[in-house]
Design a protein around this ligand. Structure first.
Ligand code: SAM
Ligand code: DTB
Ligand code: SF4
Length: 321
């Protein structure tokens, strides 16, 4: 089996830089060994608490430090969250991800509300993921008891570049939370963003940190920076499809059993471009007209695309081959 967790950076770099069609072919081969390659998981995001975040992540429209078109809203009501999840499930989502613009979770009535919502959505038979910032051990334990399947907490970039993007917490903080999540028996969803001005070495550094985890994350979201007006990264150009394919394929080859998710930045991509990403090993998308705050292809559009490609929705809790 192609399972390893001791990648050295030079090896990852040589995979990433290999001739494009060789790279896609290798990634497609690894993908087909470990997954039903005609299945794509459709996930849906619900921003349960939007904006007003105390952190300073330079890409993020939800940071309170930047003047963006995101107006802070309080935590949604439990019933509203559950109703939105129901709609997403009716629309074909088999994983629902709840996002909150928090630095960390506080033990509070708000956390209790989130726990109840997780229980209710889990009882509908789908995978529930959430991304709420940093967690303590006891909070992770309570999330697990509420039925939470996965926790999203991205490393975003290499350890070297991280402090150029976020200064209000450290890479170490991120790694600590990942450990807390793992120890609570919750599936780890951890990926990053490309297009923030990082070097190729930084992208390799991100893959190096992810692929060398033991175990590596079960879910790896690949976000393309969506430059948002008012954030320090508003002027960054959109990354090219070739860079996107290279990072997707490198993630697939180094983390064969992971779900590689096309996350932010898919709206700008044609069907042809997305087809190449699926060929290169991506096997999940976020569907629905909004990600957390940014626009995204809606369910109907994605349904048409997947049908056209002959791709079928991957059921919740599918095992890898
Ligand atoms: N506050 C929590 C945290 O930081 O872990 C969860 C929410 S945060 C919005 C989740 C992820 O969204 C970030 O780690 C980042 O990878 C991604 N993201 C946020 N803004 C983005 C943007 N403008 N373009 C691409 N990805 C973005
Ligand atoms: C992840 O890596 N990407 C998703 C999910 N995990 C939470 C979020 C993307 C957010 C894109 C910007 C926005 O909508 O505000
Ligand atoms: Fe806050 Fe998360 Fe946005 Fe950073 S990425 S500003 S922690 S919501």
């Amino acid at each position: 089996m192609d399972e390893r967790c001791h990648w050295v950076k030079e090896e990852i770099r040589s995979i990433h830089d290999s001739p494009l069609l060789d790279l896609i072919y290798r990634a497609a081969t690894v993908h087909r060994l470990h997954h039903l390659a005609n299945q794509v998981q459709v996930c849906s995001l619900i921003s349960i608490k939007t904006g007003g975040c105390p952190e300073d992540c330079k890409y993020c429209p939800q940071s309170a430090r930047y003047q963006t078109n995101v107006s802070p809203t309080p935590l949604m009501q439990e019933q509203e969250i559950v109703d939105m999840a129901k709609k997403a499930i009716v629309n074909g989502a088999t994983r629902v991800c709840l996002g909150a613009a928090w630095r960390s979770v506080r033990d509070s009535a708000q956390f209790e509300l989130v726990l109840r919502a997780i229980r209710q959505i889990t009882d509908m038979g789908v995978e529930v993921c959430c991304t709420l910032g940093m967690l303590t051990k006891s909070q992770a334990k309570r999330l697990k008891e509420a039925g939470l399947y996965a926790y999203n907490h991205n490393l975003d970039t290499s350890s070297e570049f991280y402090s150029s993007i976020t200064t209000t917490r450290t890479y170490e903080d991120r790694l600590n939370t990942l450990e807390v999540v793992e120890k609570a028996g919750i599936s780890v969803c951890c990926g990053g963003i490309i297009g923030m001005g990082e070097s190729i070495e930084d992208r390799i550094g991100l893959i190096y940190m992810l692929a060398n985890r033991n175990p590596y994350p079960e879910s790896v979201p690949i976000n393309l920076l969506m430059p948002v007006q008012g954030t320090p990264l508003e002027e960054r150009p959109i990354v090219s499809i070739w860079e996107m394919i290279r990072i997707v394929a490198t993630a697939r080859i180094t983390m064969p059993r992971a779900m590689v998710r096309l996350s932010a930045g898919r709206l700008e991509r044609s069907w042809e471009e997305q087809a190449l990403c699926f060929l290169a090993g991506a096997n999940s998308i976020f569907s629905g007209e909004k990600l957390l705050t940014r626009p995204n292809p809606d369910f109907d559009e994605d349904e048409k695309m997947l049908r056209f490609f002959g791709l079928t929705p991957r059921p919740s809790f599918s095992p890898v081959l």
